[in-house]
Each structure stands twice: as structure tokens, then as C-alpha cells.
Design a protein. Structure first.
Length: 172
């Protein structure tokens, strides 16, 4: 390979070999990238509430939110790597996340513990819906590997919703 060919190859976008169609790569990697933006938004919101929760159930809620934050963060690398494995690209910056995220931020100075938990329950439920939609995109393109990963993440999301919901059932 001559120097000009090498330089052109370095400037070309990375194209990971895959047996999925180019449409599948485009659709699935776009869905995964949006999902990844939502995961980062939910992770940061969960940690925000973890850091700022107060009240009589502080320890229980603080620990639960820390555990949930870790679980959410653990999915981020797998989502990004899956998008790359199938030949797509993924997030590149915080501003990229903010352009794609569908989970809303909460910058309030004070949120009651019950409102924090209820908001996170709703956000996690919305995230589960986004994961199901991504699963449907994978089914459409016969991407069983990504669908299989999503099934586990959906189960984890449903568990977070359940714990958050149950923690708010008898709150004043």
C-alpha cells in the first residue's frame, strides 16, 4: 500500500465487517445510540438523586439509587460496543448525548424523596419502552444478538421500576 492509499484509508470511516444489511446497521446503531444517550441521562439523574436524597429513609434510598446507578452505567459500554460490532458508530460527546436524550434532566434545587423515586420509576418505565422499540427494530432486521442483550436490559429496567414503585407506595 502506498502512502496516498494509507492516508485515504485512515481518513475513511471505520466499517466493521458484518453480515447485517447496511439498512440494519443504520437503523439498529441509530436506535442503540439514542438508547445510550438515554442511559447516560438516566444514570446521571439517578446519581443526582442519590447524592441529594434526604429524610428518614435516606440510607435505604441512597443505597438503592447507588445500586441502580451502577447497573445503568454497566450497560453503557455494552450498548456502545454493540453498535460498533455491527458496523455503526455511537456517541461522541456530552453535547451529542444532550441532542439525542429523551429522558429529561432534573436540575431542581430540591426534590422530595418521594418525587425523586416516582420520577425515576417513570423514567425507567419509559426507558423500558425505548428498549422494547429497539428490540422490535432488531427483530425486523433479524439481529438476534442485540435483541438478546436487550431482553436482559429490559428485565433489569423492569426490576428498577418495581423497586422504585414499591418504595413510594406508602409515602406521604
Amino acid at each position: 500500500m502506498n502512502r496516498a492509499d494509507a492516508k485515504q484509508r485512515q481518513a475513511a470511516p471505520v466499517r466493521t465487517p458484518t453480515d447485517l444489511s447496511s439498512a440494519a446497521t443504520k437503523d439498529i446503531s441509530a436506535a442503540l445510540t439514542a438508547l445510550l444517550a438515554d442511559m447516560f441521562a438516566l444514570y446521571l439523574k439517578t446519581k443526582n438523586f442519590h447524592w441529594h436524597i434526604s429524610g428518614p429513609n435516606f440510607r435505604e434510598y441512597h443505597l438503592m439509587l447507588d445500586e441502580q446507578g451502577e447497573q445503568i452505567f454497566e450497560t453503557t459500554d455494552a450498548i456502545a460496543e454493540r453498535a460498533r460490532k455491527i458496523g455503526g458508530s455511537t456517541l461522541r460527546s456530552i453535547s451529542h448525548i444532550s441532542r439525542l436524550q429523551r429522558i429529561l434532566d432534573n436540575d431542581a434545587n430540591y426534590v422530595t424523596p418521594s418525587d425523586m423515586l416516582a420520577e425515576l420509576a417513570g423514567d425507567n418505565l419509559q426507558l423500558v419502552k425505548y428498549m422494547r422499540a429497539t428490540h422490535a427494530t432488531c427483530d425486523e432486521h433479524n439481529d438476534i444478538a442485540t435483541a438478546s442483550l436487550l431482553e436482559n436490559w429490559i428485565d433489569e429496567g423492569e426490576r428498577r421500576v418495581w423497586f422504585l414503585y414499591e418504595s413510594t407506595r406508602f409515602s406521604a
